[in-house]
Ligand binder design. Structure first.
Ligand code: HEM
Length: 449
């Protein structure tokens, strides 16, 4: 059987500066990426001060060996500032380094096994909800967003004693997701910060709501009823200076983690479910694997190590539909990376979606073939700056192990419990803001096994 070719963006042959291009960039940036971007080493768009870099050797230098010359994009930092305040993702230099070092043990593969019970519960609740839909079409990314937020908060703050508080947090979390769906024209045109309020969505209101609620919850927490990871985070010290996080920094990093993990994780699982709905053989394969590996009701840390195909489906889903389709660095000084000259002030953009579909890096790049990830050696080879769903280098996603633990648990549990069919009627329009999502949602039908 030939592999399934799921829907993808058809790139234009070339692009020219126009108002239409601007509107298209705000709606779905991927539609403005010409064919060239999928095969070339660099691409100069018709926008001053931006250069796309796709060459893996150059990316290794930008993200690792010359990372001190490339700073986290100032535009991204101003977008997410209301959410992260002075937490990890918005900090640079020494303020970033110590927080990253202090938080690293909390997000290690070993520590994050603590969230497996919360991921099992979240998946079970989703299955109950979707089973009750009696085969009607369900939009899954919103439900998965709520579930992903719950897992982050359970891990960090512990289970909610107050359902009201959980509802408030879900309301602000969903508002945040909705507002990050569109790019603000001020960021697209690199205009001053004060213009943002008039030119697109800003995150101030949902971020303030999350900070108020998480702050109140933190203040009311007793030492022994916090989530397993908060306990670690509150005690984590910078290994060099012994500094620990203040209450404000803890709050900023918890709210930031909700924002970083809510829609991205939801999309990784939603796209994986969608691909399994399109490829019924792969779905049967995942179900057979889960049935063979998982013996109890709940999925355990030991089971996760043996769910190779389930994990590969998630990796392949994030290759085809990377939740974060691009990342950006500001070039701090004139330099050269792997033969590419870069000028100070350039916004060096790494187009993850295009790199993941480069035919020189991937056999049949548009095909859904999860088994390309089953061999760890091949995976490691692909991983060398060709596979970047979590970015790369020092600022690689801190939540990487957290996500894989959570998403494999949830996907395995859903596929074991429910049969999934596509309900999009073959129509798929993409939309980008901070993430890569389906314009009309990811719509699926469920039947009990
Ligand atoms: C599928 C889900 C996720 C994806 C695809 C994803 C992707 C990314 C990417 C691409 C970056 C790098 C940004 C850059 O270099 O500019 C990043 C950074 C980050 N992510 Fe994730 N993320 C996910 C989930 C999470 C979760 C669940 C958490 C926390 C619980 C998290 C915490 C962070 C943090 C703290 C950073 C900033 C790291 C730093 O600046 O040092 N992420 N993520």
């Amino acid at each position: 059987m030939p592999p399934i070719i799921p829907p993808h963006v058809i790139p234009p042959k070339s692009v020219r500066t126009s108002l239409k291009l601007l509107a298209q960039s705000a709606r779905c940036i991927l539609e403005t990426w010409p064919e060239d971007m999928y095969t070339s080493e660099t691409y100069q768009p018709p926008v001053k001060g931006v250069l796309y870099v796709m060459k893996p050797d150059a990316l290794a230098q930008i993200l690792v060996s010359q990372a001190d010359k490339f700073e986290q994009s100032h535009l991204l930092r101003r977008i997410i500032k209301p959410v992260w305040q002075s937490g990890i993702a918005t900090s640079i230099g020494a303020a970033w380094r110590w927080q990253r070092r202090a938080a690293a043990p909390v997000f290690s593969p070993k520590s994050v096994t603590a969230i497996i019970p919360a991921a099992n519960t979240a998946a079970q609740q989703l299955c109950e909800k979707w089973r009750a839909s009696n085969g009607a079409s369900c939009e899954v990314s919103h439900d998965l967003g709520n579930a992903a937020q719950q897992v982050v908060l359970d891990g960090l703050l512990g289970s909610w004693s107050s359902a009201g508080s959980a509802d408030i947090l879900q309301k602000h979390g969903a508002d945040l997701t909705q507002k990050t769906g569109r790019i603000n024209y001020a960021d697209l045109l690199m205009l001053p910060n004060w213009t943002r309020r008039f030119l697109g969505p800003v995150l101030d209101r949902p971020a303030a709501g999350l900070h108020a609620e998480v702050g109140a919850r933190l203040a009311a927490l007793k030492a022994d009823d916090s989530g397993p990871l908060l306990h670690l985070l509150a005690q984590s010290k910078d290994p060099e200076t012994g500094q620990v996080m203040s209450q404000d920094q803890l709050r900023a990093n918890i709210v930031g983690s909700v924002a970083a993990g809510r829609e991205t994780t939801a999309l990784a699982i939603a796209w994986a479910l969608y691909l399994l709905a399109l490829d019924q053989d792969a779905q049967a394969g995942v179900r057979a694997e889960v049935d063979a590996v998982v013996k109890g009701d709940d999925i355990t840390a030991e089971d996760l190590g043996n769910l190779t195909l389930t994990r590969s489906v998630l990796h392949e889903a994030m290759r085809l539909y990377p939740p974060a389709p691009q990342i950006v660095r500001d070039c701090l000084e004139d330099t050269e990376v792997a033969g590419i000259s870069l000028r100070k002030g350039t916004a060096v953009t790494i187009p993850i979606y295009a790199i993941h579909r480069n035919p020189s890096f991937w056999d049949q790049p548009n095909a859904f073939q999860p088994d390309r990830f089953t061999d760890p050696e091949v995976f490691a080879k692909q991983n060398r700056f060709r596979y970047l769903p979590f970015g790369g280098g020092a600022r690689v996603c801190l939540g990487q192990a957290f996500v894989m633990t959570e998403a494999v648990t949830m996907l395995a549990r859903i596929i074991r419990t429910l049969h999934v069919d596509d309900a999009t009627m073959g129509e798929m329009t993409f939309e980008t803001g901070a993430t890569l999502r389906a314009k009309n949602g990811i719509n699926l039908r469920f039947k009990p096994i």
